[in-house]
Design a protein around this ligand. Structure first.
Ligand SMILES: Nc1ncnc2c1ncn2[C@@H]1O[C@H](COP(=O)(O)OP(=O)(O)O)[C@@H](O)[C@H]1O
Ligand SMILES: [Mg+2]
Length: 452
């Protein structure tokens, strides 16, 4: 989560009737970069809050006259963007429970150490950041309607900008569902060709027998059944952009024909003696590793270089978890508007689970999930239990009651490996062990040895 403000700017108000407590906490917070203010009664605090903008309130529970609970209720009724920590003595733990019900965000039991206090405040800062970040990204960004603030997506936007200003051929690569097609559309609609057609063609879907007439059209009587003259995709996209999706699936026959168009800017409709000049820009996309296919002789090297003039790599969703929150928000707004449903609220647990999930289907999978959640929403909050099982990370925790410790460890190790897509170095880092230990655990898991 980007911490857009330095700690220095977080304003904390401490409310306690003991001057000594106020001083101790204030000193601790100031020393750690927070702006800390103090009030010694609920009445003072209410007045102070009217005049200043406070991010976090730390309040004692037991105070003469009005108690902390009343301050919490006052804040919840009048302010939206303040986090509250309540301080309570051990015998009054039930009051803490009531305080949380009334809107406190956390509580500290006396006596607490400086570090415990700082940790609690830090958690509140993270919560505030989370919420403010979601709100700041609730509207679609001006980046061609493509959502994303991660460094990797910024790089993609930069490439789109560059590609839009030229007529050069573009090759977009990335896993399925990462947004290759919307990147292609963004290039077209941001270019001077925007008033002419954008024509998507799925290379997988064209049978070889129809290939030439689909791409280049045909004249009347060119073949049996060709009763009228018909334009092909290249003529339809004349002046505009043809989007060759799944170019990695193009047959060698098709590759040869495409290469000729790229070299000569000319096409010949089936059955026509005449060559036609076309001004069609080519943008291609693939989820396959084209250089790999070139190596195996399945993709023409000359075509690859012709296509790959400007290359854009769209990162997988699990490489840009910074974008997940804004995507969730964007789709939630989109679908609740479109389907006239209530806008769901996502609990912190749900957001964390979604951030941890590996998203093999990328943005398309996330989009489908949010749509389903919006439609199925019961009440207004999405809970972890509303998520598909595969997303409720750490399966081992759910079953822990019935599992042997060894199995829990094995589940955990395998879960983490799934998340890192088998990357052991990364997995070991997440689990705080070294690669050697991980390897030895894996060996024991494989052999079902009794002791991992
Ligand atoms: N960054 C994004 N912001 C908003 N919507 C996105 C984004 N990336 C993908 N989508 C949506 O996800 C779905 C899949 O995107 P698409 O471009 O078809 O992926 P691909 O062509 O890579 O398989 C589409 O509905 C698209 O609108
Ligand atoms: Mg696609």
């Amino acid at each position: 989560m980007p911490d857009t403000r330095s700690k220095k700017n977080y304003k904390v108000l401490i409310v306690d009737d003991s001057i000594q407590t106020l001083e101790v906490i204030q000193r601790n917070l100031n020393a750690n970069g927070y702006d800390a203010y103090t009030c010694s009664s609920v009445r003072d605090a209410v007045r102070f809050l009217m005049e200043s903008t406070i991010d976090i309130v730390i309040t004692d529970f037991k105070m003469p006259k009005q108690n902390g609970l009343e301050l919490i209720r006052h804040i919840r009724d009048n302010f939206y963007d303040i986090e509250i920590i309540m301080i309570t003595g051990y015998p009054d733990i039930e009051d803490a429970v009531q305080a949380i019900k009334d809107g406190a965000d956390d509580y500290l039991v006396k006596p607490f150490t400086d570090d415990e206090l700082l940790l609690a405040v830090q958690r509140m800062v993270e919560k505030l950041n989370n919420r403010r970040f979601v709100e700041s990204t609730a509207k679609p960004a001006k980046t061609y309607g493509i959502i994303g603030e991660s460094a990797k997506m910024k790089h993609v936007f930069h490439r789109i900008e560059k590609a839009s200003g030229t007529n050069a051929t573009v090759l977009i690569s990335g896993d399925s569902g990462t947004g290759k097609e919307i990147v292609a559309r963004a290039i077209h609609y941001n270019s001077e060709r925007r008033r002419k057609p954008f024509v998507p063609v799925n290379c997988t879907a064209i049978p070889d027998t129809l290939l030439e007439s689909e791409l280049f059209g045909h004249v009347k009587g060119a073949f049996t059944g060709a009763r009228d003259k018909r334009d092909g995709f290249f003529q339809i996209a004349d002046g505009g952009t043809i989007f060759l999706d799944e170019i990695g699936d193009a047959s060698l026959n098709m590759q040869g024909k495409l290469l000729r168009v790229l070299q000569n800017k000319e096409i010949r409709p089936v059955g026509s003696p005449q060559i036609q000049h076309v001004n069609t820009r080519i943008v291609a996309a693939t989820h396959k590793d084209l250089p790999g296919l070139v190596g195996k002789g399945l993709f023409r090297e000359d075509l690859f270089y012709r296509l790959n003039v400007i290359d854009i790599v769209v990162p997988a969703l699990n490489e840009r978890s910074d974008d997940i929150l804004s995507l969730i928000n964007y789709f939630a707004h989109k679908f609740s508007n479109e389907m006239n449903c209530r806008l769901p609220v996502f609990s912190d647990n749900v957001i964390n689970a979604l951030k941890r999930y590996s998203w093999p289907g990328n943005v398309r999978e996330l989009e489908n999930l949010i749509q389903r959640l919006v439609v199925m929403l019961d009440g207004h909050q999405v809970k972890t239990t509303d998520l598909p099982e595969s997303m409720r990370f750490n399966i081992s925790i759910r079953q822990a009651g019935k599992q042997k410790l060894n199995d829990v460890v094995a589940d955990h190790v395998l879960n983490i490996l799934t998340i890192t897509k088998g990357n052991k170095t990364q997995a070991a880092k997440i689990m705080g062990i070294d690669r050697k230990t991980l390897n030895s655990k894996l060996k024991k898991i494989e052999n079902k040895s009794q002791d991992y």
